[in-house]
Write a protein that binds this ligand. Structure first.
Ligand code: SF4
Length: 710
């Protein structure tokens, strides 16, 4: 047998927010990963899920972009290539490679980067800075996120910079910042082992945070009682002491009824309320009439079960709250999080072991990208752009005047592009033509841009709108730091060489800045990290050297002697007393009717990741989950005359897709579920672009549809 030269590199999994530590073993001669081994990281203790173990071969896929591309003069009109409904097959299939590529020509780096700089400068000069915008990526490192928002703010001159946190936990962040003055989790996942009760609401950790789920299940086996609340029964409900199947979009009614019982039966932590919160009276007044019986009529959960859940929480010595996109991706997502904050605070369940608020972060670096300032209203560390003192400090540090106007969010930028107010965009590592709601509207926005540069590792669906495409480095090819859902800052390391002429993302950001006349130069990503850390409190004590192989939780007073803080806010919240905010149930933005009688919720499946750019190019993951399907309750299927495996059409007020029916008792009668990963059955052709008024997050978890035989 021929010997293969291998090398083992300690790094991280590139997928979810759990942030598992992994060793990849690479075949050096063929520049590809051979296999993965779980490392003893703080978040995973050697465990990996199927994505971490087998989802690495995308990096060596033959469709990787290897040279800069420039759109030809006579290319197809943007957005006119083909309707999303008519796109067969997987990413990288005929639409991109047979239909898109011939409309681009290869270019040198010098030419491509100069075109980018010139076109962005031209739009800035002709239409002003706010005619430009950037989407960064939660898959990039902290350093890339910091540099990208710095480029948009200091060079393009606008705060129109956002990323997929807007589609993920923006509502949770809005509520946590409002209440505590910090959006970070208070307790790490593995602290669940010390909880008497854990509430898991609107989350499906077995599929979305698989290794975290194993620790929660371990805790359940050892005596932690789980209360699982969801409208689509997650597998972890098998471990629950109490499962509450709730009608979609009615969470506020349920949570307020639990608050009602806790107040009525005096299960309150009076000292905590008195010493550490404000606003309790308004919350008590808001829930006075929300009895379990009244809530049952709205949310469908039996009143007796609401009583039991409230008593389990109120009587627990330590209770922990986990939530996910099932409650954050709603037009009332911020209210949902406000309720959970109130439930935790009035029972004194913050700041101690086995307690706390933990919105489970989706992407591997959505926490870090947010910390680094990829948000239109705030600089790094959530410092507001409209605070004159903050503005002055960043103007001094960055050496240019900065805009005091909060920028536009992801969905607002797309709307502004449709209206002609945003004319030029730089999209780094995001794929809004699949990931954003109502993608036909996204098509109109992207097609209306005067100039779009896309920097990515594959020819994504979004790249077909680009004027210039820059081939980037994948996670497997770069160094940088990433902050997981636990606030653990860890280092990723390069395992492979970038293919062809593909380059490091951070270098490309710097080079575009320099070509636009702004000095942006660093010797290494470690230097970028130091500049980022210096303008924050949270990361101030950290450096690449201090992080080492195991990383640190922030805050960390002294990385020489401390692993950082797994639990925060034991004594005080950053804003002083925590603000409790009264909420009232408000129905979802659109409702079912005779034409659209069912409620659609979208989400992820275990084997795939977001728009499928990576996982659908991974042989093992694609083999395990090759096709899209719509989960339909057997009761609804019988009424509609639909059988398991049949092709069906799903239609909303915005579009139609065709895919396979999968009969499942997991979804409640009257509801259906479609994964978001499959562009040939693009769930976001159907979804509603209406957003939560505070977090500006779209309501992906609720739109009215009908299902019929295809
Ligand atoms: Fe990767 Fe998340 Fe799976 Fe861990 S749980 S291996 S971080 S996808």
């Amino acid at each position: 047998r021929q010997r293969v030269a291998t090398r083992a590199v300690d790094t991280l999994c590139p997928y979810c927010g759990v942030g598992c530590a992994v060793t990849y073993v690479a075949d050096v001669d063929h520049n590809r990963i051979v296999h993965a081994i779980g490392r003893d990281g703080a978040a995973n203790a050697g465990r990996l899920c199927v994505k971490g173990r087998y989802g690495h071969d995308y990096a060596s896929h033959p469709q990787r972009l290897t040279r800069p591309l420039i759109r030809l003069q006579n290319a197809y009109p943007k957005g006119q290539l083909s309707p999303m409904e008519q796109r067969p097959g997987k990413p990288g299939g005929p639409v991109e490679h047979d239909a898109v590529l011939p409309h681009f020509r290869e270019a040198s780096w010098d030419e491509a980067l100069q075109v980018v700089a010139d076109r962005l400068l031209g739009i800035r000069e002709s239409h002003g800075s706010d005619a430009l915008a950037g989407f960064g990526s939660a898959k990039g490192s902290n350093e890339e996120a910091y540099l990208f928002q710095k480029l948009v703010r200091a060079v393009l001159g606008t705060n129109n910079v956002d990323h997929c946190t807007r589609l993920c936990h923006a509502s949770s962040v809005a509520a946590l910042l409002e209440s505590m003055g910090s959006a970070a989790v208070t307790n790490v996942v593995r602290d669940v082992a010390r909880a008497d009760v854990a509430i898991l609401t609107g989350c499906n950790p077995t599929e979305n945070h698989p290794v975290a789920a194993t620790f929660i299940k371990d805790a359940a086996a050892a005596g932690t009682r789980l209360i699982v609340i969801n409208s689509r029964r997650p597998q972890i409900a098998d471990y629950a002491a109490l499962y509450l199947p709730i009608r979609p979009g009615t969470d506020v009614a349920l949570y307020n009824a639990m608050l009602h019982v806790i107040i009525r039966d005096d299960l309150l932590d009076h000292a905590f309320i008195r010493e550490r919160t404000e606003g309790f009276e308004a919350v008590a007044e808001a829930v006075r009439e929300v009895t379990p019986a009244a809530a049952e009529r709205i949310c469908g959960v039996p009143a007796a079960d609401i009583e039991q859940a409230a008593r389990m929480l109120g009587e627990a010595n330590a209770a922990m709250f986990f939530w996910g996109m099932g409650i954050s991706q709603h037009t009332r997502g911020t209210d949902n999080a406000r309720c959970l904050i109130s439930l935790a605070m009035v029972t004194g369940n913050v700041g101690r072991p086995g307690t706390g608020l933990h919105p489970l972060r989706g992407q591997n670096n959505v926490q870090g990208a947010s910390d680094a300032g990829l948000i239109p209203m705030v600089y790094p560390d959530y410092q507001r752009v409209d605070d004159p003192a903050v503005q002055e400090r960043f103007e001094r540090d960055w050496g240019v005047p900065l805009s005091p106007r909060p920028g536009l969010t992801v969905t607002e930028i797309i709307s502004a592009a449709r209206d002609g107010d945003v004319r030029g965009m730089y999209i780094l590592g995001e794929n809004p033509f699949i990931s954003d709601p109502d993608v036909n509207k996204v098509r109109e926005g992207l097609a209306n841009l005067d100039f779009l540069v896309v920097q990515d590792i594959f020819l994504t669906e979004t790249a077909e709108f680009a004027d210039v495409i820059l081939p980037a480095s994948s996670f497997m090819e770069k160094a940088g730091s990433y902050t997981n859902t636990d606030r653990r800052v860890q280092l990723g390391a390069p395992v492979l060489q970038p293919p062809g002429e593909a380059r490091q993302d951070w270098e490309l950001i710097c080079e575009i800045a320099q070509r636009m006349g702004y000095p942006m130069a660093y010797d290494s990503v470690a230097d970028v990290f130091d500049e980022f850390a210096a303008c924050t409190e949270s990361y101030a004590s950290l450096s690449h050297a201090a992080l080492g192989l195991r990383g640190r939780w922030y805050p960390c007073s002294n990385p020489e002697t401390s692993d950082g803080e797994p639990i925060v806010f034991g004594d005080a919240f950053p804003r002083g007393p925590a603000m409790l905010v009264a909420t009232r149930f408000t129905p979802a933005d659109e409702q079912p009717d005779g034409d659209f009688p069912l409620v659609l919720s979208t989400g992820r499946v275990l084997e795939h990741w977001h728009t499928g750019t990576m996982t659908r190019r991974s042989a093992a993951l694609d083999t395990l989950a090759p096709d899209a399907s719509v989960e339909l309750n057997p009761t609804d299927a019988r009424k509609l005359g639909i059988s398991d495996g049949q092709q069906v059409r799903v239609t909303s007020r915005r579009g139609t897709i065709t895919l396979m029916a999968e009969l499942s008792e997991a979804v409640l009668p009257g509801t259906v579920f479609i994964p978001m990963h499959f562009r040939e059955a693009c769930a976001n052709l159907l979804t509603n672009p209406a957003v939560d008024p505070w977090g500006k997050i779209p309501g992906f978890k609720f739109c009215a549809v009908r299902v019929e035989a295809a």
